[in-house]
Design a protein. Structure first.
Length: 297
């Protein structure tokens, strides 16, 4: 089996504390990316909604226009900060997510932008599964009132390393995305996300470990830091899980950067030890990656 990952590298997850001031959020994110790069990371992940407070009510105010690409600096300061700091630090930068606005259709998306070490936009993912919940008298959270869903599976091909699956937060609860990416030879799946203090303790680690265990790939989940002054209390606990479903590193709830070495040999070792990879019975049940799957353009 050819190695899925061409060479080992250090991955960093920045568990960022963001507030109401977008320019300050961008400057702060930039300084944390520089810090992670100085510590030796060559791929850096930011959390969901890193340029704004978390919550649908903030979407219109913080949203940026990223198309046509490249956008002007005025239309998308977040795009330009990410591109510049990726080039400056010569790292791959998975820019968490930002609210995106498309003026032509008046649609909002929750969008992740990925930049190369030369500052070039490599890929984008728009959150595919929107979180709608309405339990009368208890909780109402309807992303679809504000957001539109993305309509594709995102697999980023990084020539230097290999393929990475990318999706946002609630998307992690739909294991098909990770299964498809793994069948298509991804070595890792990355989820910027923000679970809350109820769903976090229940499911955050379990989701990360389950996606890793079933697919025998690395899984990284990157959360905002918890801010008890904010309207939404993120769980935190950004973590990197290895292909054997072991948690390699885990943040607490406060702002932090966590690092782990990502090594393709661990994928091969895990798959040799427990050979589900070659023992699946697609004659008995279907392979989700073999059907009609929508990818980028
Ligand atoms: C977190 O989200 C879940 C699912 O929507 C909800 O049931 C729960 O009440 C929320 N918890 C907090 C502390 O807001």
């Amino acid at each position: 089996m050819a190695s899925l990952l061409k060479k080992p590298f250090k991955l960093a997850l920045v568990q960022l504390a963001s507030g109401g001031d977008k320019a300050a959020n961008l400057a702060h994110a930039r300084s944390k990316v520089i810090e992670a790069a100085k510590a030796g990371a060559s791929m850096i992940v930011l959390p969901e909604c890193f340029n704004s407070p978390y919550g649908c009510q903030y979407f219109p105010k913080y949203a940026e226009i990223v198309l046509p690409s490249p956008p002007s600096e005025e239309k998308s300061p977040s795009w330009h900060m990410l591109s510049k700091v990726a080039a400056e630090t010569k790292t791959y930068l998975i820019g968490g997510s930002i609210p995106e606005f498309v003026p032509e259709t008046k649609e909002y998306f929750n969008t992740s932008l990925v930049f190369s070490p030369t500052g070039k936009l490599l890929a984008t993912h728009r959150k595919t599964h929107l979180f709608d919940i309405d339990i009368p008298g208890k909780i109402k959270f309807k992303e679809s009132d504000v957001l539109s869903p993305g309509n594709k599976v995102t697999i980023v091909d990084i020539p230097e390393y290999g393929k990475i699956g990318l999706a946002i937060c609630y998307d992690v609860r739909f294991p098909e995305l990770a299964m498809i990416a793994a069948r298509k030879d991804a070595f890792m799946f990355v989820y910027p996300g923000a679970f809350n203090t109820t769903t976090g303790p229940m499911h955050w680690t379990l989701q990360a470990r389950a996606r890793a265990m079933d697919n025998q790939i690395y899984v990284a989940m990157c959360s905002p830091a918890r801010d008890m002054e904010a309207t939404y209390h993120a769980y935190g606990h950004s973590m990197i899980v290895n292909p054997n479903a072991e948690v390699l590193v885990e943040a607490q709830e406060y702002e932090d950067i966590v690092y782990a070495e990502i090594d393709g040999a661990k994928i091969e070792e895990t798959r040799k030890g427990i050979p589900i990879y070659t023992q699946r019975r697609f004659d008995v049940y279907p392979d989700v990656s073999a059907g009609k799957v929508r990818y980028d353009e």
